[in-house]
Design a binder for this molecule. Sequence first.
Ligand SMILES: *[C@@H]1O[C@H](CO)[C@@H](O)[C@H](O)[C@H]1NC(C)=O
Ligand SMILES: *[C@@H]1O[C@H](CO)[C@@H](O)[C@H](O)[C@H]1NC(C)=O
Ligand SMILES: *[C@@H]1O[C@H](CO)[C@@H](O)[C@H](O)[C@H]1NC(C)=O
Ligand SMILES: *[C@@H]1O[C@H](CO)[C@@H](O)[C@H](O)[C@H]1NC(C)=O
Ligand SMILES: *[C@@H]1O[C@H](CO)[C@@H](O)[C@H](O)[C@H]1NC(C)=O
Length: 472
Amino acid sequence: MFYSVDLALLIIISNEEMVWKWIKVLAYVSMFVTSTVGGEDVSRMKCADFKNTTWLEYKQGAKLQVQYLLLTRKNADCASLFSQDCLSHTKKHTSYFNSSLPTKVIVHGYRALGSKPSWVSGLAQALLREEDVNILVVDWVYGASFAYNRVVENYKEVAVQISVLINQLMKDGSTLESFHFIGVSLGAHVCGFVGTLFEGKLGRITGLDPAGPMFKSADPFDRLDSSDALFVEAIHTDSDYFGISIPVGHMDFFLNGGMDQAGCAHSRFPSMYGYVICDHMRALHVYMSALNNSCLLVGFPCSSYEEFLAGKCINCKGPFNGTCPQIGLLKNNGITVSPLLNQEKVFLLTTDAPPYCAHHILVELKVSPLDKTAEVQLTLISAGYPETELKLKLYTNETGCKRVTGHPEWLCKIDSMQLKNTGARIYRQGNIHFEYICISEFPRNRGMDPLCVKNIHIGRGVPWSHDFVQVC
Ligand SMILES: *[C@@H]1O[C@H](CO)[C@@H](O)[C@H](O)[C@H]1NC(C)=O
Ligand SMILES: *[C@@H]1O[C@H](CO)[C@@H](O)[C@H](O)[C@H]1NC(C)=O
Ligand SMILES: *[C@@H]1O[C@H](CO)[C@@H](O)[C@H](O)[C@H]1NC(C)=O
Ligand SMILES: *[C@@H]1O[C@H](CO)[C@@H](O)[C@H](O)[C@H]1NC(C)=O
Ligand SMILES: *[C@@H]1O[C@H](CO)[C@@H](O)[C@H](O)[C@H]1NC(C)=O
């Protein structure tokens, strides 16, 4: 069908140059027809998968092997092996690759047990739901398993191999800016090195808890940094252990301070392994949740987590001119200020379960002068959600206090607030008089004013509670 129409056209065209053009078009069409047949085959065809490696193979000196899996909206459930090798029998499946679309490159990190990363398909699906893109998954499990120091030796070699592929794709029409690399843990530094090889001209790199061990004091050349792409962002969730503690991009999101994540300490994971990497893998899970758009994950620029918790950074004025950066696919995280700032630390609180978004609540209070340091516990309650508990220390030299906490619900859905005098167990703590206590949400949502209660007396051992009228 196709052919006869095109041949008729070909005969009409007399100009030689045009003839060559049409021969090219025909070649393209025939390729397309083959690939469509390939597409119909997909259900019967075996889907491509990661290569497994075993301890035995490792001991026998298995070498670094890199392969690429391609996922697009046309084969979102069934990866095909991607190869630029013309002789490869897999060639027909690579035709799902569309060089006029942007390309996401997913790079996994260290695989302690040589197993395939289980999260890859979830991340790819979430990306494909959001954007029509080519997804290339870099499988370097063969070089990423068992002894960490040997894996670190391999990461630049992987980057070099990826850069060869990128050069090929550019010859076929992809542009450097259209590449978005997403690297998990050590994979983030692989992405960084690919970026170095292309002199920072890749479009974007996202580092999901970029690896810390052996990289913290490394030269920026050897690790992910903001010169590796036009826009580099990172999400930090385990910076005291497997993750890196320093900012490595234009925008660095530190979740809950970047070290310990809600729900990880009392992990439900049955295995020690799962327990150990819970904080580290949270960056990935939060990123996937952000791609799902179930709720907003916005951060606030601040010099430190302590300052953030002390309520000193509740708006995004200053570096971002009033716009709070958002985790997800928005260009530059939604920040339009230019030039982009470097190594901007951004803080946010998250909850312990998907979709992870916490509402940021600012607690402001004033007490009458105290004789002794006092301690109170503030509890915020929304029906159907875990309670938010906040311990407040009140000093004799300060009558005002500001603190930031995260709550799973909107301010307008807080049913009640409780206060308990908790210092009494250790020594005799007298009554505390609060001139006021106010809670507000930031960034200011739905234009809602702070909820304030005035003139509260908290006696020892007598909990106090106040119910709010729901306004939404
Ligand atoms: C990898 O190993 C798992 C478990 O041993 C197995 O189920 C899976 O089929 C293997 N995958 C490949 C591609 O060999
Ligand atoms: C490739 O993507 C472009 C841009 O979305 C689209 O116009 C074109 O039809 C796509 N090509 C194929 C072969 O799907
Ligand atoms: C994202 O949404 C899909 C479909 O609604 C759901 O199956 C998946 O579990 C969600 N993933 C996350 C991480 O929230
Ligand atoms: C900051 O925002 C204001 C209005 O919100 C705008 O008028 C101004 O141009 C912005 N400044 C920069 C540097 O983007
Ligand atoms: C009040 O005392 C505490 C503890 O002694 C100290 O950390 C804090 O800086 C003091 N605040 C002021 C305003 O002096």
